[in-house]
Design a protein around this ligand. Structure first.
Ligand SMILES: NC(=O)c1ccc[n+]([C@@H]2O[C@H](COP(=O)([O-])OP(=O)(O)OC[C@H]3O[C@@H](n4cnc5c(N)ncnc54)[C@H](O)[C@@H]3O)[C@@H](O)[C@H]2O)c1
Ligand SMILES: [Zn+2]
Ligand SMILES: [Zn+2]
Length: 388
């Protein structure tokens, strides 16, 4: 089969690889009909996350048709149309039982590697480093889906791939980011980053009852999409983010702040030079600029919800602000399996059509140019769907 594989910094290639097979009793094999490129893939593409190996199949947002199931997958049959959750989760361990699927204790065969860096290992993920399991990803014609009975949702007829594909990641991710804000009626939520995750965080904040959402980015097309979703927008290259947020909230600050930017924030000025230099020589893992701003801007007693991915150890985190303002921090890789059914229902009820975020459709063979276009925000690119 064909698959999009990682070959080093800013190098991916679509190559022929062996077809996946059933290995374990709870595996399924899915023939992929739609897959996408995620902001998280850019961290791999840019070489910021260790333990990728040449030839690793990328991709963790995919859906398709079940072609084969292991003997213990009782709830799926050949021909079922399914969306696959990006964390691989057993459904039975301490964490899965608490619906904290992205923390599954049974799905990462290389847990020791993650343990060294993080203290404990999160779940295995598709196409996302050997430290997180070395699983083949879904930017391919087929994928093996471990624990397929827990990690998939069947899609009823009448819904297109584009309406449901993002149940695999970015819709639940934006939703969990907003849910973590414990939004109360009248609340103002600020969202850093108007990429795909930020877009779903904005819409989810409204679904969960926010009165106002303020969205921060610098790309006009992304800000325009945020405004379309009802947000007031702040272009951080034109105005000071802190001053504008204070002005807009009578000096209080937003009730909650979502970081939908993560480790590769664009950081202007001196602090940017500092972060870039330290990240380049691996003295700092991330450029946590959005996180810093979110903490400083959040109202006293508010919540900072971190959806953006971070990798390691960072500098100049405003712990003083965090502590003295009594802030709550919530974060995590998304517990996708927890959200797939309720969010599918919201799609079926017509509360949201996730396909709004798609700006580009390409063949799987064009993944290399897709990565380039998405990374460089060329052609007003916001989200790319690949068709194997
Ligand atoms: N928690 C999870 O499970 C999960 C799942 C999916 C993605 N993510 C992460 O969410 C983040 C966003 O993903 P995406 O797909 O939307 O990526 P993206 O790269 O398309 O979007 C990031 C956006 O942040 C903006 N940005 C950069 N610096 C900024 C700054 N200083 N202030 C405000 N905005 C800034 C960029 O202009 C861009 O629009 C990534 O870190 C990704 O890894 C996390
Ligand atoms: Zn993703
Ligand atoms: Zn588990």
């Amino acid at each position: 089969m064909k698959a999009n594989c990682w070959y080093g910094k800013q190098e991916v290639r679509v190559v022929e690889v062996p077809d996946p097979k059933i290995i374990n009793r709870r595996d399924a094999v899915v023939k992929i009909t739609s897959t996408a490129i995620c902001g998280s893939d850019l961290h791999l593409y840019n070489g910021y996350v260790p333990t990728m190996e040449k030839g690793d199949i990328l991709g963790h947002e995919f859906m398709g048709e079940v072609v084969e199931t292991g003997p213990d997958v009782k709830n799926l049959t050949q021909g079922d149309r399914v969306v696959v959750a990006f964390p691989i989760s057993c459904g039975n361990c301490f964490f899965c039982q608490k619906q904290m699927y992205s923390l599954c204790d049974n799905s990462n065969p290389n847990a020791w590697m993650a343990q060294k860096l993080f203290g404990h290992s999160p779940a295995g993920l598709y196409g996302y480093t050997h430290m997180l399991g070395g699983f083949a990803g879904g930017q391919a014609e087929y994928a093996r889906v471990p624990f397929a009975d827990v990690g998939t949702i069947k899609i009823p007829d009448g819904l297109s791939d584009e309406q449901v594909l993002f149940l695999s990641d970015i819709f639940p991710t934006g939703y969990m980011a907003a849910e973590n804000c414990d939004i109360e009626p009248g609340d103002t939520v600020a969202v850093w980053g108007c990429g795909p995750v930020g877009q779903f965080a904005i819409r989810s904040a409204f679904l969960l009852g926010a009165e106002r959402v303020m969205a921060i980015d610098r790309f006009p097309e992304r800000l325009a999409m945020a405004a379309n979703g009802g947000a007031e927008t702040i272009n951080y290259e034109e105005t000071d983010v802190y001053d504008t947020l204070m002005e807009n909230t009578g000096g209080m600050g937003p009730d909650s702040c979502i970081d939908a930017v993560g480790m590769e924030a664009h950081v202007p000025g001196l602090i940017g030079a500092y972060d870039r230099a330290k990240q380049a020589v691996m003295l700092e893992s991330d450029r946590p600029h959005a996180f810093r701003q979110a903490v400083i801007a959040c109202r006293k007693g508010g919540t900072v919800s971190v959806a953006g991915v971070y990798g390691g150890f960072d500098d100049k985190i405003p712990l003083g602000s965090l502590m003295n303002k009594a802030l709550t921090i919530k974060t995590g890789q998304t517990h996708v399996q927890r959200y797939m059914r309720p969010l599918l229902e919201r799609i079926q009820n017509g509360e949201i059509d996730p396909s709004f975020v798609i700006t580009h459709r390409m063949r799987l063979e064009d993944a290399p140019s897709g990565f380039d276009t998405f990374l460089n925000k060329q052609d007003d690119c916001i989200k790319i769907v690949l068709k194997p």
